[in-house]
Design a protein around this ligand. Structure first.
Ligand code: 6R9
Length: 654
């Protein structure tokens, strides 16, 4: 009897791929060992990959010591990030396409923006900012769709030393005003409307609503993108395109110190309000450009497409800064994977002859559900490599991606990293490390992961181990602080496991030394690859006048990875109705944004609490997972009977 054919569990790259790869297995071993043995010497060398106005003499000055968390790289060097991403390519690739802009609707022509045009538009945007009083160190909030002006705005800020803070265009007016206020921004750059998937979000109207809660001096720079009518506040609102056409096409760049902030990006934590992650200029750019080149095995002339939004860190590092620092051709896509049909991603890959394609597992799962025929329709022969980011990729999605998109010949890089890490932390280098579906595999150069026992904090020294993932030493792309709150930075990342950077993720290491991320171990959930603190959704819910208390947990969701499950206790004498359920969903969408919409709301007259009043989320998670047989010890509950009630009325029955 013949044996069933087993899919191989390890996938090495083809000999052909390895032959032209930047790094092969021996190269990885040698470079990784060098980076671990003497990080300062290693990064002294690799820091030279970007242009410095004043070269650094000090390379690494970092401490994870409790009470003295301090991270500095290349600290006496001076550079300009915009000059590195644009000006320095002028002698060799002025007429090469820097950005291919692919609009929401395929009938609208794509734009091919050369490096020379990128320079001119960046300068024009920088001159508009300067004309409105923006100078070095000022904060600029960017609330734009995926349009070229978003890139111009980022690079313009970098050019004049201003610090940008991008707010995802799917966020609500409240989220926007909080970020404008927390960063004390001088202006916000927005657009009239954001077309996406055939619909239009009224960004200017959202910005108007946000600015009601901000300082009157905050200027509003509006990109007239769709040209639809909007309100206009004279003296405050500025027509960006009109002014860009008027100002000079030249703008010199300023020198900034390596440790001057490049951007703030707000991200969700396990508690309280979003955290303003701060990245600085030198180390971040070195790390973003090096990971872009090595992880994606990017070669000159390749067309690189990262499908993320610039509102997320992935868009910062792998649509803009990494690729442009490397003189790449990078795609900026305004639309969604399923508009006008489920073949759009593949249509764009074929149209622009994409070589490296980088997306999130949630998109792959959604497209997998639409059937492989959408992929087969398009010529994907240009693809050399595929990437995945945002959450663990399940083997089923990996296999589909490999078979139907990669045709079994493209390595898949499963890149584990975070807003806080600036660039890839654990990822295969495609020519060096054979892939295992679902594993992020091995650390990038200079990254020293350890697995600690979650309870005892003991370092797991065996190769095969499981626990929480920490990093023992700094790498250049690491965040430096939280905007205006260094104490919270220490508390959030360095206090639970003193001496280490704590990722917040659980992790398993197999006998071959491969790392497998198992998901967040804190109260952060990952919905369609978007990070969200359950506390944020809870505080939105309790802000509703009819809600007394709310507890939010994640539960397994076929497409989104995790869905949002909310347990809601209503005020006395409020009737629980389906109408109210819909109202609450709408309310959360307004408070935070559509991505935070609860999928399931369970009316919960009581929540399981300890005698000290702490909600036992472990129990709520189990019930939401429909796995209530294994609740563990509930004897410490103040009133164990509420659990019965919650199980009886659970929403997620399978
Ligand atoms: C880049 C980005 C970070 C969190 C992170 C982890 C999860 C990201 C992953 C992954 C498993 C991967 N995550 N990539 N989990 N495998 N390849 O996503 O940043 O939005 O800050 O999210 O996402 O849980 O801690 P961010």
């Amino acid at each position: 009897m013949s044996q069933p054919v087993q899919a191989p569990s390890v996938y090495p790259a083809s000999d052909e791929f390895v032959a032209s790869a930047h790094v092969d297995a021996a190269g990885y071993e040698a470079m990784y060992s060098a980076s671990a043995a003497d990080p300062a010497a290693f990064w002294a060398e690799h820091g030279k990959r970007i242009d410095w106005i004043k070269p650094y003499t000090k390379v690494k000055n970092t401490s994870f010591e409790p009470g003295n968390i301090s991270i500095k790289w290349f600290e006496d060097g001076q550079l300009n990030v915009s000059a590195n991403c644009v000006d320095r390519h002028m002698t060799t690739r002025a007429n090469q396409t820097a950005i291919i802009w692919e609009p929401d609707h395929p009938d609208t022509p794509a734009l091919h923006i050369t490096y020379a045009q990128l320079l001119e538009n960046t300068c024009r945007m920088a001159n508009v900012l300067k004309a409105h009083g923006v100078t070095k160190g000022d904060r600029v909030v960017i609330y734009l769709p995926m349009i070229p002006e978003a890139a111009y705005a980022m690079l313009a800020c970098a050019r004049i030393g201003a610090i940008h803070s991008i707010v995802f265009a799917g966020f609500s007016p409240d989220a926007l005003s909080n970020r404008i206020n927390d960063s004390e921004a001088k202006c916000v750059i927005t657009a009239d409307f954001a077309p996406r998937g055939g619909r239009k979000t009224a960004l200017k109207a959202n910005t108007d609503a946000a600015l009601l809660h901000c300082d009157d001096r905050v200027k509003c720079l509006v990109v007239k993108h769709t040209g639809d009518q909007t309100s206009w506040v004279s003296g405050r609102d500025i027509d960006v395109k009109a002014e860009m056409a008027e100002v000079s096409p030249y703008c010199s760049y300023v020198e900034v110190n390596a440790e001057d902030p490049l951007f703030i990006l707000y991200t969700s934590g396990s508690t309280g309000k979003p955290k303003g992650v701060v990245h600085t200029s030198g180390g971040y750019l070195v790390y973003a450009s090096m990971t872009h080149q090595m992880t994606f095995d990017y070669h000159d002339g390749d067309v690189f497409w990262c499908t993320a939004d610039v509102g997320w860190v992935t868009g910062h590092s792998y649509i803009i800064y990494g690729p442009l620092a490397n003189g790449a051709t990078t795609i900026m896509f305004e639309g969604v994977p399923t508009y006008p049909d489920a073949g759009r991603f593949w249509e764009v890959c074929a149209k622009h002859k994409v070589n490296q394609f980088y997306t999130a597992p949630t998109a792959i799962r959604a497209l997998m559900g639409q059937g492989a025929e959408w992929v087969e329709k398009h010529d994907l022969s240009s693809l050399k490599l595929l990437g995945s980011v945002g959450e663990p990729i399940n083997p089923e999605a990996w296999n589909w991606y490999n078979t139907h998109v990669g045709k079994g010949k493209c390595p898949i890089v499963d890149t584990f990293w975070q807003t806080e890490t600036g660039g890839h932390l654990i990822t295969p280098l495609p020519g060096a490390v054979p892939q295992k579906p679902g594993s992020a595999t091995m650390p990038f150069f200079g990254v020293k992961p350890v697995i600690l026992d979650a309870a005892t904090a003991e370092v797991q020294t065996e190769t095969a181990a499981e626990g929480v993932l920490c990093i023992t030493d700094s790498w250049p792309g690491q965040m430096r602080t939280l905007w205006g709150d260094h104490a919270r930075f220490e508390e959030a990342y360095f206090s639970q496991y003193p001496g280490y950077y704590f990722t917040g993720d659980g992790c398993r290491r197999d006998a071959d030394g491969y790392y497998w991320i198992t998901g967040r171990v804190d109260d952060v959930i990952n919905v369609s690859g978007h990070r969200m603190g359950t506390a944020e959704v809870e505080s939105a819910l309790v802000a509703h006048s009819m809600v007394a208390e709310a507890a939010v947990v994640g539960y397994p969701h076929e497409i989104k990875g995790q869905g949002i499950y909310a347990y809601v206790t209503l005020m006395n004498d409020v009737e629980p109705t389906d109408e109210l359920r819909k109202d609450l969903v709408k309310w959360v969408r307004q408070e935070i944004g559509p991505i935070a919409s609860p999928d399931l709301i369970q009316w919960s007259p009581g929540l399981p609490k300890t005698r000290s009043g702490k909600i036992m989320r472990r129990i709520l998670r189990k019930i939401a997972e429909n796995d209530y047989d294994a609740l563990g010890d509930i004897s410490t509950l103040a009133d164990p009977s509420v659990v019965e009630e919650l199980i009886a009325n659970r929403m997620n029955r399978r």
